[in-house]
Design a protein around this ligand. Structure first.
Ligand code: ATP
Ligand code: MG
Length: 347
């Protein structure tokens, strides 16, 4: 397995060091390629990554990324110069985010059992509201106008919706379809049409149609009633931050950016950003990063290694040590070391 490690900025390198430590402890023969792209690269070269970056990535089996972003770098550079560029060039069209409240981790909803939060979000990752289509017009005439258009293509919707149906059918047979079809006149009604069409291929899956605002409330009130959710790019972005909070915070959440059947490396990353407020202190929670590494192993066909890693991670969350964002006092490295120890203690 040839894996690109892109630690990035802020707490990215801190949490990625622990993910790498855990993967190396599994002794699966991973060959690492370290790339120093991100804000430091930008400060030196004026771009977030070199011109041949996409070719470098294509030559590997997977990409494990920390976080990219720095207060000194404009968002537009960080996003369109690296994250969105990689997603678009490699056509990583689906973002999969499991959200599970692990035993031992304090969730924000008092009195809820861990099994109440166990969901998977399937987010469209290539178009929709983040297509980057629009512009600023009439500037300087006292009529400043900004236009930001959503793009919903049949191909783009169909593939992510079909993927979500597959996920729902492998789990509980219920797919929550999150849209805003009453207020949106074109995009979401079209999306709903495709959900109905693709749904005909999955007679065993029940579609639960929800408006995104009502779903947001339901995620807080009754998270146990939600299993698999399919959503557009923007709605998926927002819903998965709610889900990250439900599973104990940003440091806990993992994600996979995939192009199923596309023959390109998939990208795995914790959901959190570079967290400049806590960077450099060794206190970032590495669980989301290590969980992302487990998702990577699963996708690379190393199912046994993935299960072992998740098992070790869950053992550590249950018994501690834990970082302070989830109620503990441990450092990032102490949590990573505990995961390695839990791996070694496995039968
Ligand atoms: P970016 O612009 O890179 O996304 P951000 O500050 O907007 O950065 P995050 O980096 O996700 O967003 O941080 C949001 C909050 O969550 C911050 O208070 C941060 O300290 C906290 N946080 C993020 N990641 C972790 C982590 N791994 N462990 C502990 N706290 C974290
Ligand atoms: Mg952020």
């Amino acid at each position: 397995m040839n894996v690109v490690l892109l630690p990035g900025d802020g707490v990215g390198p801190e949490v990625m060091a622990e993910a790498r430590k855990a993967l190396d402890a599994l002794e699966l023969g991973i060959a690492w390629t370290d790339v120093p792209w991100g804000s430091a690269w930008w400060a030196e070269h004026g771009t977030m990554m070199p011109a041949d970056a996409i070719d470098v990535l294509r030559g590997h089996d997977a990409i494990l990324m920390g976080a990219v972003g720095d207060p000194a770098v404009p968002d537009d550079e960080a996003l369109w110069g690296l994250i969105l560029k990689i997603r678009q060039e490699l056509d990583l069209w689906v973002n999969v985010r499991p959200a599970r409240l692990l035993e031992g981790i304090p969730g924000p909803l008092a009195g809820r059992a861990p099994h109440d939060v166990d969901m998977v979000f399937v987010r469209e990752n290539s178009e929709g509201e983040y297509a980057g289509v629009g512009g600023r017009v009439h500037r300087g005439f006292g009529h400043d106008v900004a236009i930001e258009s959503s793009v919903f293509t049949r191909r783009g919707c169909e593939r992510v919706i079909r993927y979500a149906f597959g996920m729902a059918s492998a789990r509980k047979g219920v797919l929550v379809n999150a849209t805003k079809s009453n207020a949106s006149r074109f995009g979401f009604p079209f999306w709903d049409e495709i959900v109905a069409e693709v749904g005909a291929e999955f007679p065993g899956v029940v579609v639960d149609r929800m408006l995104v605002d009502a779903l947001s409330a339901r995620l807080i009130r009754d998270p146990g009633s939600v299993d698999v959710v399919v959503a557009s790019n923007l709605f998926g972005d927002i819903l998965t931050d709610i889900a990250a909070a439900l599973q104990g915070g940003m440091g806990m959440a993992a994600s996979a950016n995939l192009s199923p059947g596309g023959g390109v490396p998939a990208l795995f990353e914790p959901v959190h950003g570079s967290a400049p407020d806590i960077a450099g202190r060794g206190i970032a929670n590495p669980v989301g990063a290590i969980w992302s590494a487990a998702l990577m192993l699963e996708q690379l066909g190393a199912g046994e290694g993935s299960r072992r890693l998740m098992d070790a991670l869950e053992t550590v969350c249950r018994r501690g040590p834990r970082t302070r964002d989830v109620g503990g006092t441990a450092t990032t490295a102490e949590v990573g070391d505990a995961v390695v120890a839990a791996l070694a203690a496995q039968p």
